[in-house]
Design a protein around this ligand. Structure first.
Ligand SMILES: C[S@@+](CC[C@H](N)C(=O)[O-])C[C@H]1O[C@@H](n2cnc3c(N)ncnc32)[C@H](O)[C@@H]1O
Length: 248
C-alpha cells in the first residue's frame, strides 16, 4: 500500500468509496460500489459523452470514463463550494491519482442549459432530485442537456400508492437533513420524466415486496430509527429515461 496516498486520502472527508489503486480505497460514508450495481449502468459507454450532475467525489464520472466514454464532465455546486460538509478536494485527489481526464464545471442544477454545459449522450442524475426544492423545473434543466439516455436515482416515498404523488419534507423531516425536499413515488417519477420530454422510461431497480418492506419497517421502528408508516413507504429507486423512439 502507498502510505503517502493513504494519509492524503485519510486527511479528507469522503462521500464516495473509491478505489484509488495502490491498495488505497477511500473511506466514504456511502457504499458506492453497492449503489453502482443498482442503476443498470451500461457496461460499455464507448464513444459516448457523459454528464454527471451532482458528481461530488466523482465515483460515477470515473466509472463512466473507465467504461469507455469519449468525454465525461462532472458538475456540482453545493458540495464543491464548501456549503455542505464536503468539498471538491476528494474529486481532485481522485482525478489526479487515477490519471483521469474527467472535466469539471461548478454549476448549480438550476443553471444547467445547452449554452452553459452543452448536451450529452448520457446524463447521470444520481441522488440529487430529492435535494431540490423545485424538482419539475430541475428536471426540465436536466432534460435540456440530455441527448439520449438519462439515468436517474432518487429517494422514493409513498411506495404502494398507485397515483403519482410526492411526499414533502419540511425542515429536517427526511433523515434530519434540511437539504431534503421531496420524495416522489415511482409513478410520479415516470410522470415527471414524461412531462419534461422523455418519451420512454423504466424503473431499473426492483423495489422489495410489501411483506419484506413491512418486516423492515418493524425492524426500523424497533430500533427507534423511523416510524412504521415511513419506513414502509420509503426506499430508493433508479430509472432510465430516453427521448427518442428507441427502446429504453
Ligand atoms: C447525495 S449526493 C449524491 C452524489 C452522487 N451523485 C452520488 O449519487 O453518489 C447529492 C449531490 O448533489 C449535489 N447538489 C445538491 N443540490 C445541488 C444543486 N442545487 N446544484 C448542484 N448540485 C447539487 C450535492 O452537492 C451532492 O454532491
Amino acid at each position: 500500500m502507498d502510505s503517502r496516498l493513504r494519509s492524503q486520502a485519510d486527511a479528507l472527508r469522503w462521500y464516495h468509496t473509491i478505489d484509488l489503486g495502490q491498495g488505497v480505497v477511500t473511506r466514504g460514508v456511502d457504499d458506492t460500489p453497492l449503489r453502482l450495481g443498482r442503476i443498470d449502468f451500461p457496461r460499455s459507454l464507448h464513444g459516448r459523452t457523459v454528464l454527471d450532475i451532482g458528481a461530488w467525489d466523482g465515483f460515477f464520472s470515473f466509472e463512466a470514463e473507465r467504461r469507455g466514454a469519449s468525454r465525461v464532465v462532472a458538475t456540482d455546486h453545493f458540495s464543491w463550494d464548501g456549503g455542505g460538509w464536503g468539498s471538491k478536494a476528494g474529486f481532485e485527489l481522485a482525478r489526479t491519482t487515477l490519471g483521469s481526464r474527467v472535466e469539471d464545471i461548478d454549476v448549480d442544477v438550476m443553471d444547467l442549459s445547452p449554452g452553459r454545459v452543452g448536451t450529452f449522450d448520457v446524463v447521470l442524475f444520481l441522488g440529487v432530485l430529492y435535494h431540490l426544492p423545485h424538482p419539475l423545473l430541475a428536471l426540465e434543466r436536466v432534460a435540456s442537456v440530455t441527448r439520449d439516455l438519462l439515468i436517474l436515482e432518487t429517494v422514493v416515498d409513498m411506495v404502494g400508492i398507485n397515483r403519482p404523488v410526492m411526499a414533502y419534507y419540511p425542515d429536517r423531516d427526511l433523515n434530519r437533513d434540511p437539504t431534503n425536499w421531496w420524495g416522489p413515488n415511482v409513478p410520479a417519477v415516470h410522470a415527471l420524466l414524461r412531462s419534461v420530454g422523455f418519451t420512454r422510461s423504466r424503473t431499473v431497480t426492483a423495489l422489495p415486496s410489501a411483506p419484506y418492506r413491512a418486516a423492515r419497517a418493524v425492524a426500523h421502528w424497533w430500533r427507534g430509527k423511523n416510524g412504521l408508516e415511513r419506513a414502509f413507504r420509503q426506499d430508493r429507486a433508479a430509472f432510465h429515461a430516453r427521448k427518442g423512439a428507441e427502446t429504453a
